[in-house]
Design a binder for this molecule. Structure first.
Ligand SMILES: [Zn+2]
Length: 240
């Protein structure tokens, strides 16, 4: 998802909700180009496309969203925009983080063209979750000493696609892991007991891959991984 800088964010915030809604309507429903949108809407006065582009990207849409919502009405968008927390979105854009991983998951599962703001709501939820996990785990992988934020992922215990909307943002359904340990956990090469003892799959050659098996789980400050989700993970990957 494209990040907006402060200047563009301020511009979007300066527009009345009605105008923001009109931009989204023309783009998401009618598939009109950024430049054309600026010609149609009086409140927008440039014609290089960046004003309309800023509105579109501020709300989490991009070229893939063009003409993707044929049933949309202007009223529906306006109502949705009333419920969006603009300050949260602003923080999201200005935050220095890479949400590539989560973006891909969300794009696959949420962007079905039904609820116009579901994608951005989901992104906001995941951003807040990540913030909470970084705090809980002191910005460090729960299984090793990696602490570079770009290498840290909110790893879902119960698979993202199987989780409900609430479960996806529940910090007890996530562990902060580095990319390696996220991968090992996702494929079930490692799992956890209810007491947070690490389980190693006999189907994976840890030694051959040069991966340590003498690691321990660093407990978070709060929101411990839930035994309920951990059990599901163990069952799914044949540990019980
Ligand atoms: Zn790690």
């Amino acid at each position: 998802m494209a990040k907006l800088d402060q200047r563009r964010i301020n511009f979007v915030k300066s527009l009345p909700i009605r105008v923001r809604a009109e931009v989204l309507y023309h783009f998401l429903k009618e598939g009109i180009s950024n430049r054309k949108i600026e010609q149609i809407i009086d409140a927008l006065n440039e014609e290089d496309g960046w004003q309309a582009w800023s509105v579109i990207h501020f709300f989490g849409f991009d070229g893939n969203s063009k003409a993707r919502y044929p049933k949309l009405t202007l009223k529906k968008i306006e109502e949705s925009l009333m419920n969006v927390n603009v300050e949260d979105l602003e923080e999201f854009h200005l935050a220095n983080h890479d949400d590539g991983e989560i973006s891909r998951k969300i794009t696959f599962t949420e962007n079905d063209g039904k609820d116009v703001l579901r994608t951005i709501k989901a992104r906001q939820g995941q951003y807040k979750l990540r913030k909470a996990l970084l705090q809980n785990y002191r910005s460090k992988c729960a299984l090793c000493s990696i602490n570079d934020p770009k290498l840290l992922i909110t790893s879902h215990i119960k698979t993202w696609s199987k989780s409900s909307t609430e479960e996806r943002v529940n910090p007890s359904n996530s562990i902060l892991l580095c990319k390696l340990h996220d991968g090992l956990f996702e494929y079930g090469y490692i799992s956890l007991t209810d007491d947070y003892i690490i389980l190693y799959s006999p189907n994976f050659n840890f030694e051959g891959q040069g991966i340590a098996t003498n690691i321990t789980f660093s407990k978070p400050l709060s929101d411990y991984p839930s035994p309920l989700f951990l059990k599901e993970h163990r069952l799914k990957h044949g540990y019980e």
